[in-house]
Ligand binder design. Structure first.
Ligand SMILES: [Zn+2]
Length: 136
């Protein structure tokens, strides 16, 4: 099987836009919502700068990835993006084995028992200082 280099999809940093930059985003579509395709009445409707590909899903924070959108349309998209990002994170955690083990190892360091080199399982000797902490 050939080695396939995967590019890691992480969260891109979000910059704050100046009013002039918001105007530039508005003019890329001429005031048409990038999500529903209807014209935004900027006087009566709230609008936001939407990232077409969400930052948390690897989208870039540049003008090619931005467009104006109705506030209500953007909220629906954001909810869906969060759902997809959470799913991607769960998949990555599972794939990398990054989840903490759910049960401790038998005869592990925190167990009251230990396995000797000869194979016997014996009670772990508690260091004297730890015994004093427990009693006192
Ligand atoms: Zn819309």
């Amino acid at each position: 099987m050939p080695f396939i280099a995967t590019n890691d999809v992480g969260t891109t940093r979000r910059r704050k836009l100046t009013p002039r930059q918001r105007l530039k985003v508005w003019e890329t579509t001429g005031g048409v919502c990038v999500l529903c395709g209807r014209t935004i009445d900027a006087v009566r409707e709230r609008w936001v700068v939407e990232h077409l590909r969400a930052l948390e899903l690897g989208g870039q924070d540049d003008f090619g990835n931005m467009g104006p959108a109705h506030d209500t349309c953007a909220r629906d998209k954001t909810r869906d993006d969060h759902r997809r990002a959470a799913h991607a994170k769960r998949q990555k955690i599972q794939h990398l084995g990054a989840e903490a083990p759910k049960r401790q190892l038998p005869c592990g360091r925190n167990s009251p028992w230990k396995r000797t080199i000869s194979g016997w399982i014996v009670a772990r000797e508690v260091p004297r200082r730890a015994q004093e902490d427990r009693s006192g």
